[in-house]
Ligand binder design. Structure first.
Ligand SMILES: [Zn+2]
Length: 316
């Protein structure tokens, strides 16, 4: 060390030296004072209990959590739609105590004995614990206003809402029950796509759900698909986009492959707003964009419109 120091001096680099040498005592004191100031600022922050406020990712407003819950997880300032869990959504739609859940205990089987960073079995168990769900969809029959409907609500917090055998089977049974009872189907979609842990079995759910919907359609019964953020890949390529009516929540991302993959493959600039609900409505894939707060009201309107012909035929 000392040798280097001497060499530098002899080279005439004295001016550079102060930057290398440790700062004088005064400056250390200043740094210390500054640090303590920052420290006190932090402790002030800690006084605010956690989990009371959420920062909106769109408008950066701090929204009071209770206010957010009361507004169905929609930002009160800019209408940004935060993710909402399936049970909360069902609660916001159906009449109190009218929802009868179907196949609540159905769980996935690790058919491929899949092991990656963690085994599929471990992942399932971890998600079942953290979400209190058995899989990524809740299905059941409930009443919205005067209408009895078969309602399926997907939950993105369970393995990215991916569609494996259970999601496919539960939805198929729901649709078949709706056909038997001659009632409409409403599915709230949100998914990263087919569940790759189940390989081919997850892809087969695309055809199975659509097959059941075809029988439902033959009976001239309505199917309303509601696309929420995000609805991608295998789900967007199957039941999600075959609705008689396709509704989306504002700002929802809907597509097959993600924009980065498309951009890399086509080597073309993507238009602004690509794969957003608004863009897709302009291009004809989506029929209406409905804010979460108005969803129940609008669904009632659509259900009334879509079932009125049947009602008229039934009355003598
Ligand atoms: Zn906002």
């Amino acid at each position: 060390m000392s040798t280097t120091y001497i060499t530098k001096k002899t080279l005439g680099l004295e001016t550079v030296e102060p930057a290398v040498t440790p700062p004088p005592a005064d400056s250390t004191a200043t740094t210390f004072a500054k640090k303590s100031k920052m420290g006190s600022g932090k402790s002030k922050k800690k006084e605010i209990p956690e989990g009371l406020w959420t920062k909106c990712p769109k408008c950066s407003t701090m929204v009071f959590d209770k206010e957010l819950d009361a507004n169905l997880k929609v930002c009160t300032k800019c209408d940004y739609h935060f993710p909402i869990i399936a049970r909360e959504r069902i609660h916001s739609l159906v009449e109190t105590c009218s929802f009868e859940e179907m196949d609540a205990e159905m769980i996935s089987v690790d058919v491929l004995d899949f092991t990656g960073v963690a085994s599929y079995r471990d992942k399932l168990e971890a998600y079942q614990r953290s979400t209190q769900l058995k899989d990524a969809v809740i299905t059941g029959i409930g009443r919205i206003g005067a209408f009895k409907v078969a309602l399926g609500v997907m939950d993105f917090s369970f393995l990215g809402g991916s569609m494996g055998s259970v999601v496919g089977e539960k939805l198929t049974r729901l649709i078949e029950a709706a056909t038997d009872r001659q009632i409409p189907v409403i599915i709230f979609c949100t998914s990263g796509g087919a569940r790759m842990y189940e390989g081919m079995f997850s892809l087969m759910q695309m055809a199975k759900t659509c097959g059941a919907l075809a029988y439902h359609a033959q009976q001239k019964l309505p199917f309303i698909s509601v696309l929420t953020h995000p609805t991608m890949a295998g789900v967007s390529a199957s039941f999600a986009t075959v609705g008689d009516l396709i509704i989306a929540e504002p700002g929802a991302m809907v597509g097959f492959a993600g924009p980065r993959v498309i951009k890399d493959t086509t080597q073309a600039e993507l238009p602004p707003g690509f794969q957003t609900a608004e863009f897709l409505m302009e291009h004809g894939l989506i029929d209406a964009i409905v804010s979460r707060n108005l969803m129940k009201e609008r669904l009632l309107y659509f259900l009334d419109f879509m079932t009125s012909a049947r009602r008229q035929a039934a009355t003598p």
